[in-house]
Design a protein. Sequence first.
Length: 478
Amino acid sequence: MVRVRFAPSPTGYLHIGSARTFIFNWLFARRQQGTMILRIDDTDVERNTQASLDSIYDGLNWLGLGWDEFYRQSDRFDLYTKAAWEVFEKDHAYRDFTPMNAAPEEPASQGGWLCNAGMRELSREESDRRAAAGEPFVLRFRVPRDPVREVAFKDLVYGEQSKSTADIEDFALLRSSGAPTYHHASCVDDFDLKISHIVRGQDHLSNTFKHILLFEALGAPAPEFAHLPLLIAPDGAKLSKRKHGPVVAVMTYRDAGFLPQAYVNFLCLLGWNPKDDREKMSIEELTAAFSFEGVNRSNAVVNFTEEDPIDPKAQWLNSQHLYAMSHDELAALLQPVFEKAGYAASAEKTRAVTPLIQERIKTLNDAPAVADFFFLDQLVPYDAAELIPQKGDAEMAVKVLRHARGVLETAEFTHAGLEGALRTAATELGVKAGQMFQPIRVAVCGRKNAPPLFETLEVVGREACLKRIDQAVELVGR
């Protein structure tokens, strides 16, 4: 049975790369009718913060996908300690009494430290004596050296991978404090929780060789591995919380008014494709289409600028999801947005406005600026020149507006009634329909670019339309 896990560390907000990893795990689990596990890797007590943990929960909850099982590593320390000493008793680990700052940090593959031979070859009796005397030590994994061997596995994305144990350092299992390291706690959990597939970023691929050795020492079969391409900036740099700030925070998109399903859709297309021409996809469609065969090996670019942290492709996808929503669904989402903007927006008024602006917004946050004139008692000031029709003048604008006012006083305030009355009025004045409609649109909406005129007039209402036309006549007639 497929069992996958997403294992964030609470040392910062939810990174968009981490969110994508969660989504790919979730899609794979759901398609295979498996189990999705959320595990908080919080063994690094000094770096963990409650604010970071809350941010991770907030981000995952906003995505709306959920999980089936939940664990925290801080609740499982006894398990890691027990497993570490079992590995030690099998002679797959040894005590290293060397001060932690005495060895270079670079791995052997970069010409750095491989192991401390004196500690590795220390007799069990001497090791026990020094430990009993209270001398601090790190418990290290004994990587096979004599003879060296190849550690190999087939990655579901990157294919066959191998590395010689001659290039793998003796990594720590327990710190001198007794706390487990990432490598040890992660592998013990994956074994204990019966994880079938480990799906994580490509930057973890080099760790996999260590983990396979540790799984062997634990007496456990290694899970299958799928490493995902990294997300990079337009200049090719790896996306970094420190360097790129809000660009890489999931909540940046939530706060910008994105739909969670649209954001999931966007993240999926960063490094994966459904093997057809689809781009806008529902969660159900993504689940049905997802496979590791569709994951690219090349890193995926997130496009942004210093002025705008939002990827244009994400914005476009969000607009497509907005357009596809029912009016009732969208109105329910817009209601709190209008209220937050300070508009006295009743549910009925919001429902009437929604179809008129649906194709004019790319995010929920666009709605207040697009629809302000439906709710404001006083329009935002605009240029009187906007009221003048094409190939017309101020005199024509005044004539059109005064005639329109008379028509609107008695016209039936429905789409059909308003259209018929105003088209007839244009004929009576001897002006083109566009010359009739533009001054009315600007007078009522405060701008040329506005939703369809007749539906807009109907929603704004007779009284407000007449008042705004009076104000426009005064403005253009000065």
